[in-house]
Design a protein. Sequence first.
Length: 232
Amino acid sequence: MREIIFDTETTGFDPQNGDRMVEIGCIEMIDRIETGESFHCYYNPERAMPKAAENVHGLSDVFLSDKKLFAHGAEELLAFLGDAKLVAHNAQFDFNFLNAELQLCGYQPISRFRMIDTLAIAKSKHPGAKLSLDALCSRYGIDRSHRVKHGALLDAELLTQLYIELTGGRQIGLGLADDSKRNDPIASLRPTSQRAERRAFMTPREHHADSAELARHKIFIEGIKDPLWTEV
């Protein structure tokens, strides 16, 4: 199961009002395990950056002035996304901007059936709690000390860790990996799996004390002053 965890940075809140996406960061996961593959790009929004937005992510007009237009990098992004499920925090926001950019340059929007919203997951698990990325990272003990400003790739990396915690932790990945082998006739001929090794390790070991061990134990017990069991 391939999933892409992603985040965007923008010039504002609403692409219908002319706001544009200026950064996207994506992390690839397969069976809830990061593959090490990522995608990150800045885009020239072809408009001025409002000061309020710059204060959030630190991306200035000067910095973005020599970056490519989204239209010139859309195919590369779409190739990385493929047909994977797309995971984002408050995913409606990121999907709105991503699809607005795609439609501006003549591409079909991405189906919202591919959308997984970690904010919705967090709401169901922690009703009434603070559900920002910062708050949830604190709740789950995810280190965000290096997050001075918002950044799409950094936030996607944090969200990857959070998504794993929200959906059952690391063990779910092991389970999915095992499930993929159930119908593999060759798998049964291979050395025992990690799960089988764990079961074998946990099998109780028979033990019977020999006479020397029993003698040492008797001496130890007799050396205890006022043992509690004599008071019963």
